[in-house]
Design a protein around this ligand. Sequence first.
Ligand code: GDP
Ligand code: MG
Length: 298
Amino acid sequence: MTKKSFKSGFVALIGAPNAGKSTLLNNILGQKISITSRRPQTTRHRILGIKTTEASQVVYVDTPGMHLGGKRALNKYLNKTADTSLMGVDVIVWVKDDMQWDAIDISILEKLKNEGAPVVLAINKIDKVADKESLLPFIQKISLEHDFQSIIPISALTGKQLGEFEQLLLTLLPEGELMFPEDQVTDSSERFMATEIIREKLIRRLGQEIPHSLSISIDQYKVEEKITRIHAVIWVERDGQKNIVIGDKGVGLKEVGTQARLDIEKMLESKVYLNLWVKVKKNWSDNERELISLGYRG
Ligand code: GDP
Ligand code: MG
């Protein structure tokens, strides 16, 4: 039996605001994930989403600073950071929602090509083009005059050609191993940071009283256009500990929640709705299975 080789790699999505990047990702990943929130960059790339299948793992990333202004801003941005911003990605996808091609586009393409990764042009919003035939001359002209790896018309909204788009990416990705757990769909560090912030506020409030087996998990982490909704669970081992965390008339938990929310909002640069639950999980710290279900993989 021949085993098909596994492919994995990083795909950078770039493009002017409103081109349809977020829509494209949501459609590919089949769910809405962390996209609009931004935290100060600690890494070069921001992971937008991870798609893992039997045959591949594609990590979609964007680069800081791509969100400001239009095409001109994108060009300027690439001028400034061309050397590092896209370093290490395997494919660059430029999402474009118009059929314009001018000096700025040429300049953007030149810079992208300097990065050394294949550049795919995804012409988005083709559902809005009444006369589909009119796409062809444009695509032909660009592909003759410019050195794209590929040009593909898509509709991020309706899903048209997205299967083909993903197939195309796979042909451009190297063979490789899983880089993230297969069930991870987005950058977990924001979630993790959120739990750390909650923990910090609990420690500050409770001091020595804090149950040492306390742990925090995220039940729901949903990024919407204007707000990030987080449901977190504070796990303790005993009812008595639960009461300590909740505090008199719930004041303790409320204060922790407010302080944590303000910090998480700063981190995400987004409004946050934070819902905190305290739950009792008996002797979880002794039980390896439970540890795994809480996300402690050692
Ligand atoms: P981003 O700024 O590049 O992330 O763009 P968004 O994904 O937020 O999309 C901007 C707008 O374009 C939204 O109103 C989307 O619904 C719309 N849009 C995105 N893709 C398509 C598409 O394929 N067809 C149509 N008609 N609209 C789209
Ligand atoms: Mg977007």
